[in-house]
Write a new protein. Structure first.
Length: 286
């Protein structure tokens, strides 16, 4: 148990008993809320200025001089940010009238230099055409590709990691239509598996049939798009050659490849999947 102690209230002066553990300084809450703590009076010091030797009152202990006028002659110059005194100019061999003119000329020269540099930089930037930028970018790409081609181990590692990624992350509208039709006919399938180089849209593992849902724009359909139209910087001939190489490579590995255009799938998905079922029936007869 803690002991009691007698204390005096700082407001009314009455004595009261409290415990040691209790941090109580007033006898009642009325005295506590109405009490205003008296401010401490600052200590006033009397010092003597070392330049003018006059006495002055100070609250700060560090203050030595009575005013700024007494500080300047003591330190041999003005404070930072003020103009130089005439005595300093005479020592340096500069007249008071010429000093201001020299400063103006210096500022003008600096401003003119910055303008000239900026105009030259603008002209260079304008002359630096997009054609030049593309040439430099292509050179850098060729160097990077050559470094990779020298190391075939790196190419295989990159290819395997690239095949593990699902691109695109979401199925397109055409793919969803084909998937719904296959589900209604109870045909098992897998979406975007890694096979050789490609990731086909739909794969039937039981029958080893690969289905590609080719968009008319991305795969340059001859009916929907003109011959001169480019997609992602590729000509339609280049895109078709690429698709052909993929199909030939998959056929060599004993896969059955079937490609359907976007306009055919949208017109009738049933006819597209009927062709798939016909191919399954032929395999069953064989």
């Amino acid at each position: 148990m803690s002991k009691k102690i007698e204390k005096t209230c700082p407001k009314c002066g009455q004595k009261f008993a409290t415990y040691i553990s209790a941090n109580k300084h007033f006898c009642s809450p009325e005295c506590r809320y109405g009490y205003i703590k008296p401010k401490k009076q600052k200590q006033v010091l009397i010092k003597e200025c070392p330049t003018c030797k006059n006495s002055f009152q100070v609250n700060k202990k560090r203050q030595i001089f009575c005013s700024y006028k007494c500080i300047r002659p003591r330190k041999g110059g003005n404070r930072k940010g003020t103009k130089q005194s005439e005595a300093v100019k005479v020592k340096c061999g500069i007249k008071p009238d010429d000093f201001s003119q020299r400063l103006k000329k210096a500022f003008q020269n600096n401003s003119n230099r910055s303008k000239k540099i900026s105009e030259k930089a603008k002209e260079r930037h304008r002359n630096y055409s997009l054609e030049r930028k593309t040439e430099i970018a292509n050179k850098i790409r060729i160097k990077v590709i050559k470094n990779y081609l020298e190391k075939p181990e790196l190419i295989e590692i990159i290819r395997q990691k690239r095949l593990q990624q699902v691109i695109p992350k979401k199925d397109s509208k055409i793919e969803i239509l084909l998937q719904q039709e296959l589900k209604s006919r109870n045909i098992d399938f897998v979406t975007h598996p890694a096979i050789d180089i490609t990731q086909p849209d739909i794969y039937l593992p039981k029958y080893k049939i690969i289905i590609f849902a080719d968009g008319c724009y991305w795969h340059s359909c001859p009916k929907c798009l003109p011959l001169k139209c480019k997609t992602r910087g590729w000509t339609p001939e280049q895109i078709r050659q690429k698709d052909q190489l993929i199909t030939e490579r998959l056929i060599k590995r004993e896969f059955i490849v079937m490609r359907f255009w976007e306009h055919d799938i949208k017109h009738s998905t049933e006819n597209c999947i009927n062709k798939v079922i016909e191919q399954i029936n032929r395999m069953a007869i064989i």
